[in-house]
Design a protein around this ligand. Structure first.
Ligand code: PNS
Length: 142
């Protein structure tokens, strides 16, 4: 089965990598796909997000990296032959936000979403916090 792990990955974090690694153990292929989140202002250029993802996942043979400028994740899924959507969930707040999207995506395509609970050590890591506290390259506004 082919899964997509979509996200802004702005930047990708150890939490994302943890979810990707665990998903890689469950599916034949996992595509980490960079999408635009309309609720967020982009920081890193797409090329840098992809380069970081490629580097971080270099030891995961069945994880590939892609991007889409399409409006909806389901459009990408249809075009790429995706069977399952994978999303990491850190908290109840994450789930509250994710559930309606998962339900709508299934309504539109029949594609199920698998929620992967974050490993507790990564529960407080977010791209936003990394951007706010890490090297200047990750904190510039686009
Ligand atoms: O890493 P993020 O920012 O939490 O990722 C969110 C993302 C990009 C996966 C989500 O916003 C998304 O799927 N965007 C594409 C638009 C879409 O399909 N929205 C769901 C409609 S029900």
């Amino acid at each position: 089965m082919r899964a997509v792990f979509p996200g802004s990955f702005d930047p990708a974090t150890q939490g994302h990598l943890d979810v990707a690694r665990r998903a890689a153990g469950m599916f034949d292929e996992v595509v980490m796909c960079v999408l635009t989140n309309p609720r967020k202002t982009g920081r890193l250029p797409l090329a840098e997000r992809l380069a970081l993802l490629t580097d971080m996942t270099s030891d995961l043979a069945n994880v590939t990296v892609d991007s889409s400028t399409g409006r909806l994740l389901v459009d990408y899924c249809r075009g790429a032959g995706i069977d399952v959507i994978v999303r990491g969930t850190r908290s109840v707040g994450d789930l509250e936000h994710e559930l309606p999207m998962a339900q709508m995506n299934r309504h539109l395509t029949g594609i199920e979403t698998l929620f992967v609970p974050t490993t507790p050590a990564y529960a407080y890591i977010s791209s936003t916090l990394i951007a706010a506290t890490a090297a200047p390259a990750y904190s510039r506004d686009a």
